[in-house]
Design a protein around this ligand. Sequence first.
Ligand SMILES: Cc1cc2nc3c(=O)[nH]c(=O)nc-3n(C[C@H](O)[C@H](O)[C@H](O)COP(=O)(O)OP(=O)(O)OC[C@H]3O[C@@H](n4cnc5c(N)ncnc54)[C@H](O)[C@@H]3O)c2cc1C
Ligand SMILES: NC(=O)c1ccc[n+]([C@@H]2O[C@H](COP(=O)([O-])OP(=O)(O)OC[C@H]3O[C@@H](n4cnc5c(N)ncnc54)[C@H](O)[C@@H]3O)[C@@H](O)[C@H]2O)c1
Length: 442
Amino acid sequence: MKKYDDILIGSGPAAYKMSNLLAKTDRKVLVIEGFEYGGTCPNYGCEPKIFLEGAARTVLQSQQLLGRGISQPAKLNWEALMQTKLNRFDSWPAETREIIKKTHDVEDGYANFIDNRTVEVNNHRYQADHIIIATGQAPNLLDIPGKEYLHTSYDLLSLKKLPQRIAVIGAGFVGLELATLVAAAGAEVTIVVHSDRALREFTTKEDEALVKAMKQRGIRFSFNTETQTVAQGENGLVVTTDHGEIQADYVLAATGRHPNIEKLGLENTDIKYDRHGIQVDGHLMTTVNGIYAIGDVISRKQPKLTPVAEFEGQYLFDYLTNKTEQKIIYPTIGQAAFTFPEVARAGVNADEVIDDSQYQVKTVSLKYGSLYAGQNDQISTLTLVFKDHQLVGVSEVGDYAADDVNNFLPIIGLDISGAEYRQKVMTIYPTLGDKVAGLLLP
Ligand SMILES: Cc1cc2nc3c(=O)[nH]c(=O)nc-3n(C[C@H](O)[C@H](O)[C@H](O)COP(=O)(O)OP(=O)(O)OC[C@H]3O[C@@H](n4cnc5c(N)ncnc54)[C@H](O)[C@@H]3O)c2cc1C
Ligand SMILES: NC(=O)c1ccc[n+]([C@@H]2O[C@H](COP(=O)([O-])OP(=O)(O)OC[C@H]3O[C@@H](n4cnc5c(N)ncnc54)[C@H](O)[C@@H]3O)[C@@H](O)[C@H]2O)c1
C-alpha cells in the first residue's frame, strides 16, 4: 500500500488549483483522474463554450445592426469554427496531465473507496493524511424511451457538422447558451421546457426579455412541456412531448447536472451525501475525518461555477497547510449566462425583496447610452438593489451584462459607499463603469 500526504480525486478547476498550490510544497501528492485532465471547464465547459461564442456574437451583433451601416450580416461556418476549436483545445488534457506529472504522481482511472481510509484505482491501493474528492458533476439524462438519442453538452461542443434541426430539452444555463450558439450558426432550434420559465436565478423580467429576444431570432420555446420519447422517424428524429411532436436531427439534453459520486464507492465509507452532492462542514471536511470535498461535487447553496471551485481549492490548501483555521467564507459571487443578450447577477435578487420596505430597487434602461445605441442594443436594463443606501444586489439583461455586472461586484463585496467609490476610483469612459458612481446614488 503506497502512502501520500494528499490524494486529489479529479483534476478539474477545484483539484487543479490545489495541485498547483501543493506543487510549491514538499508534500507527496497523488492525482487520480478518470477522464480528461483539467475536467469540465477547460475541456467541455466554460472555455470551449466561450471560444465558440466569440464567432456567434459577431454574427448576432451584425444581424442587430442590419440597416444601420451594416448591409450584410456575418455568416457562421460551423465546420471551420469547430476545426479552430479542436485545434486549440484537443491537446489540453494531455498537456494538463504533463504539468501535474512534473510535481506529483498521477493515476489514470476512476478512484474507488474501499473503506474510510483507502482508495483503489487500477488495482493499486493508496492511503493519505488527506483525501480530497473533487469529482465535479455530470449531465442528467432523462430516463425515457429513446434516451440513446440524447446528446450532452460534451457532444455538442465537439460536433463537427451542424445538424439542421436541433431540439434542446431544458432551458437552464447549458440549454440557453448552447441554443444561442447553434441558432447563430444557422440551426433551427426548439427548446422544450418542463416548467413555466427559463433561468430561475434571474428576475422574471430579465428572463422574459431574454426569451423574447431569442424568440425574435426564430428560436421556438415550448414551456410547461414534458418530453416523453425520442424515436427514429422517416425524416429524422421525432421528439414526442405532451404538447405534440418535434422533428429534429439532433437532441441536446440540458436537464441539469448531478454530482459525480456513482463511481466513488461511497457505500464502503461513512461519507454522507444528498442529491446535491457530498455533505461537508465549514472546513470542507466530509463526515469522515481526513476526507474533504471541493468543487461542484459538494452539496452547498453557492452556484456551481469554476471560480467557486477554485476558491474552495485555495481555501482547503490554506486550511490544510495551517495558513487559516477559519471556516470558509464565500465572497460575493457573480454569475452570467452567455446568451445574446446576456443575463448576469450578484447578491440580492430584486424579485425576492420587491415587497420588502427595507430594500430599494432601482431599474435603469441603458439603451440611451451611445455605447449601447451604437450596437442597437434596445434591451440592456440594469437593476440595482439597495439596503440602507448600500448596494446589495445587481443584475442586468443586455449585450454586455456580464462585464457590466462585474463593475458592481467590488462595491457589494467590499461594502463601500457610492461616495467612497467616487473618491477612490475613476473608470474608463465611455463604458458602463464610468456611470457606476452616479448609479449608486439612491
Ligand atoms: C457546458 C458548460 C458550460 C459551463 N460554463 C461555465 C462558465 O461559463 N462559467 C463558470 O464559472 N462555470 C461554467 N461551467 C461550470 C464549470 O465547468 C464547473 O463549475 C467546474 O468545472 C467545476 O470544477 P470541478 O473541479 O469541481 O469539477 P470538474 O471540472 O467537473 O472536474 C471533475 C473531474 O473529476 C473527474 N472524476 C470524476 N469521478 C472521478 C473518479 N471517481 N476518479 C477520478 N476522477 C474522477 C472527472 O473526470 C473530471 O475531470 C460550465 C459547465 C458546463 C457543463
Ligand atoms: N455561464 C455559466 O456560468 C454556466 C454555463 C453552463 C453551466 N453552468 C453551471 O452548470 C450548472 C448546470 O447547468 P444546466 O443548464 O445543466 O442546469 P440548470 O439547472 O441550469 O438547468 C436545468 C434545466 O433542465 C430542466 N429540467 C430539469 N429536470 C428536468 C426534467 N426532468 N425534464 C425536463 N426538464 C428538466 C430545468 O427546468 C432547467 O430548465 C449550472 O447550474 C451552472 O452552475 C454555468
